[in-house]
Design a protein around this ligand. Structure first.
Ligand SMILES: Nc1ncnc2c1ncn2[C@@H]1O[C@H](COP(=O)(O)OP(=O)(O)O)[C@@H](O)[C@H]1O
Ligand SMILES: [Mg+2]
Length: 327
């Protein structure tokens, strides 16, 4: 059995806006094991980015972890850890974002930025850092690396920049790579290449991956396990195949229904009616009740518990608790 690398337990994150408190993540609990590729899926506004920012210690100022535990490689986060957490987390977890341009320094050649990463975090000489950076650039599939080393970010395409970000993230051999919508801004063909690269890097470096996307089609390509989030809650967690074949939560079923496929070619694509409620409009009950075609009275008044249902499958839905069969 692989060891647990990231464990999040009963995590609550709350925004303070004016004098009011708004919960943004609720009772979030999941784990990522060493080498595992876990996806987080959900529409925009469901709390995917806040989840990754919580792990990275990069939450916005107005957000606070109000309850729960985050554990990275056996070390627990606690309030007020600040720099100490950054050191632990920095050693084990790296992150890439949707927009590589905003994460790169526009005034420094890209190769140098990768080398700086090695220089800061590994005990290597300048020359060794440059060699490591060039090696990493080759590994992430960049060509003409000697010339590219000295190029500035604005000269690169989006796909190349994302490769640079991946090289930068992996150069210090993190145990976990968090990728937040890393291909959302890219063309479809480039997106496929980057997904291939991430899978390949996971295989060759054994780096576990927490892959975040609003697109279940992308998650399906990359991950072994999927966490489905809705309005701050994890509503389902299961191996990818299990989710695709036996979705239990009506929200997951709706996401699947909205997925393009060969069978649905030529048909109008299903879209889930309604929208994710903003923080200010979240009340009691199941977070999905307002959009759920199967909601009953209890769904509007009582938040369902997370139930364990075998095959590594967990779901937060009254229908399951009541033993109702899923379509
Ligand atoms: N800085 C912020 N101030 C207020 N609300 C925020 C802030 N950042 C995120 N939120 C809210 O928190 C919720 C979750 O956001 P986020 O984690 O970014 O969602 P996702 O990544 O799934 O699209 C959303 O309702 C969003 O509007
Ligand atoms: Mg996001």
């Amino acid at each position: 059995m692989a060891n647990t690398l990231l464990a999040i337990r009963e995590l609550d994150v709350t925004f303070t806006i004016g004098k009011k408190q708004y919960p943004a993540l609720r009772q979030l609990s999941f784990q990522v094991k060493e080498k595992e590729r876990v996806g987080i899926v959900g529409e925009s506004g469901c709390g995917k980015s806040l989840t990754s920012l919580s792990v990275m210690g990069l939450l916005p100022e107005s957000a606070t972890i109000t309850r729960g535990e985050i554990n990275v490689a056996g070390k627990a986060w606690s309030p007020g850890m600040g720099e100490e957490w950054n050191a632990t987390r920095g050693r084990h977890v790296a992150m890439i974002f949707q927009d590589p341009m905003s994460a790169l320094n526009p005034l420094m050649p890209v190769g140098k930025q990768i080398a700086e990463m090695a220089l800061t975090h590994l005990s290597v000489s300048k020359q060794e850092a440059k060699e490591l950076a060039l090696g990493m650039m080759a590994k992430v599939g960049l060509s003409r690396i000697n010339q590219l080393y000295g190029e500035y970010p604005h000269r690169l395409s989006g796909g190349m920049m994302q490769r640079i970000m991946i090289a930068m993230a992996l150069i210090c051999k993190p145990k976990l790579l968090i990728a937040d919508e890393p291909t959302t801004a890219l063309d479809v063909t480039i997106q496929a290449q980057i997904l291939d690269l991430l899978r390949e890097m996971n295989r060759s470096t054994n780096t576990a991956m927490l892959f975040i996307s609003h697109d279940l089609g992308v998650i399906r390509e990359v991950c072994e396990r999927v966490i489905v989030m809705y309005a701050g809650y994890m509503v389902e967690d299961a191996p990818v195949q299990e989710i695709l074949e036996h979705p239990k939560h009506p929200y997951t079923a709706a996401l699947l229904q909205a997925l393009p496929s060969i069978e649905k070619r030529g048909q109008l694509l299903y879209t889930i009616p309604g929208r994710v409620p903003p923080l200010t409009e979240r009340g009691d009950g199941c977070p999905f009740a307002g959009r759920c075609p199967r909601a009953s009275t209890i769904c509007h008044t009582k938040t369902p518990e997370l139930e364990t249902c075998g095959n590594g499958h967990r779901v937060r839905c009254h229908l399951y608790a009541e033993g109702k069969i899923f379509a």
